[in-house]
Design a protein around this ligand. Structure first.
Ligand code: HEC
Ligand code: HEC
Length: 467
């Protein structure tokens, strides 16, 4: 398995990088976890805060892990860019370089005070610490306003890591973080982090055998659905208490003891996540068409996706793969060994991960207009495409963002391409092209809307805008 070897090496490089940074800035780490720093501030006002408010504070202000980008790195990052990007840089204009950094990696302004740092990072004295919003914070279509819990469908984490590694002189592919822009390899990333931990999360030198896992790109799930969920993740595999499972990403912090001490902070984070409301559709809606769509929806979609409004019910239904028919790699690429070890570890002690999940959960559809592209792998750009097989492009590239929105088909505007990326393109440009023939990115399945007439599809789409 030479492929696997490369991946392992790449991961090792990242791990080394994190350790390197961690040791390079010991004072920062001490400060970031010092009860007299953020902690004291938080305790002072904690009494007046609700759990959800505390959760928001933790999520946006507490650094859970080492610094990823330092001010020195930020200044120099552009020097390792490919020629086409370098040509855009005016070295004497830091503001412009900042804009280009946002654009290249898919970062966005924080919708709360954050010392000028994008929402995807927590600002500390020594640099930027990556936070959950790297994948779970993005810009809403239309207004372009940043929102916590909006999937970051503009993110290119692979290029960010690759560039950071180049600055350090480490050569790695960046593919571990995701093969394409707008998606991440989040679960293999967690698998590889957990592999280096004992069951109590203390670090270990020999990795746990996690079987034959495979990289698979995933679309982050909007957080505003969480209040309805009894089953976590796109395979609905995790049930029970969600606090520890949502801490998986904190394994970038080297100390297991420290991670375990964050449990109550994450209990508040979960409360906050459950308080997030779906964003309202910002353009006009044809109320009569939507009312007709509600009827079609209740007949053809509600048994899986639930009903909406004050008496709405969400069934938390996992649909077997043979029935939903979407890409299977999310189910098979994450191994049974991982799921088993997760259950045995501290992370899984209060919840249960299904060892052999059978399919995908039919997600709630409130605010679905905002979270394009669709399916667990983000392989279909519009809702019309979800309902129509022939409207699912094989190769595409997202056009601009977030101004370019398709209000008719409900989703992001894309440029349909006649073929895949070519090897002569710089990796960053290649990663913008979605090739649905690649493993994990297939756009097949979910045939439930295919039999609807064109008129009924338009009605359903109009109804979905109201949710
Ligand atoms: C590298 C990207 C990435 C990071 C960082 C990340 N997530 Fe996620 N998250 C994802 C992806 C992708 C999914 C969907 C996985 C799937 O397909 O099941 C997800 C799913 C979730 C879900 C499940 C939602 C649902 O309805 O089932 C929650 C909750 C969540 N993440 C919380 C967090 C929290 C809290 C953090 C920070 C500690 C975090 N995530 C960090 C990528 C990320
Ligand atoms: C038999 C159950 C079932 C029925 C019926 C069904 N769906 Fe789905 N739907 C699913 C499942 C399961 C998924 C998740 C598939 C995946 O991510 O791979 C899904 C995904 C979706 C998504 C993408 C959600 C996202 O966040 O990416 C949309 C939109 C959607 N369905 C709309 C509809 C509409 C509209 C109808 C009715 C015409 C419908 N579905 C009927 C099970 C169903």
């Amino acid at each position: 398995m030479p492929e696997l070897k490369v991946l392992q090496r790449a991961f090792l490089a990242i791990f080394l990088l994190l350790i390197l940074i961690t040791f390079a800035f010991p004072t920062e780490r001490a400060a970031s976890s010092n009860a007299q720093g953020f902690g004291a501030l938080r305790v002072a006002s904690a009494a007046e805060m609700t759990p959800a408010e505390r959760g928001f504070h933790n999520l946006t202000k507490r650094p859970y892990g080492p610094v990823l980008l330092t001010p020195q790195m930020l200044e120099k990052l552009w020097t390792v860019w490919d020629p086409a990007w370098k040509a855009k840089v005016d070295p004497n204009n830091p503001q412009q370089i900042r804009q280009l950094i946002f654009e290249r990696y898919g970062l966005s302004e924080a919708p709360y005070p954050n010392d000028g740092v994008p929402m995807q990072f927590v600002a500390t004295e020594r640099g930027w610490v990556i936070n959950c919003m790297i994948c779970h914070g993005g810009r809403l279509p239309g207004s372009g306003k940043s929102m916590v819990g909006m999937p970051n469908t503009e993110l290119d984490l692979g290029t960010l890591y690759q560039d950071a590694q180049k600055l350090f002189g480490i050569n790695a592919s960046g593919d571990d973080q995701g093969l394409t822009r707008g998606r991440t390899n989040a679960f293999v990333f967690s698998l590889k982090l957990l592999q280096r931990r004992n069951e109590d999360l203390s670090p270990r030198s020999t990795p746990v055998d996690m079987g034959n896992y495979k990289n698979h790109d995933l679309d982050a799930i909007p957080w505003w659905h969480l209040k309805k969920k009894k089953l976590l993740y796109s395979d609905g595999a995790v049930s029970g208490d969600f606090v520890r499972p949502i801490m998986q990403f904190t394994l970038i912090e080297p100390s297991g003891e420290k991670i375990r001490s964050w449990e109550s902070e994450f209990s508040d984070v979960l409360e906050y996540l459950r308080s997030i409301e779906p964003p309202k559709y910002p353009w006009p809606i044809d109320a009569r068409l939507a009312a007709e769509g509600k009827k079609v929806f209740e007949q053809t979609c509600a048994q899986c996706h639930g009903t909406y409004g004050p008496d709405g019910k969400y069934p938390n239904r996992v649909v077997p793969l043979e029935i939903v028919g979407t890409n299977s790699l999310r189910l098979t690429g994450l191994t049974r060994e991982f799921r088993r070890y997760f259950n045995r570890s501290w992370l899984g002690a209060k919840s249960r991960a299904e060892e052999e999940p059978k399919g995908y959960i039919a997600p709630p559809l409130d605010g679905i207009w905002a979270s394009a592209p669709y399916f667990h792998n983000g392989s279909v750009p519009t809702v019309y495409g979800v309902l129509t097989e022939s409207a699912r492009p094989k190769y595409f590239r997202r056009i601009g963002a977030p101004k370019e929105y398709d209000t008719r088909d409900l989703g992001i505007k894309v440029e349909i391409l006649s073929g895949p990326a070519t090897p002569d393109m710089p990796p960053e440009a290649r990663r913008r092209i979605i090739d649905t023939t690649l493993p994990g990115l297939g756009n097949q399945g979910h045939p439930f809307g295919f039999p609807l007439s064109e008129k009924e599809k338009r009605q359903v789409i109009e109804y979905l805008k109201t949710l």
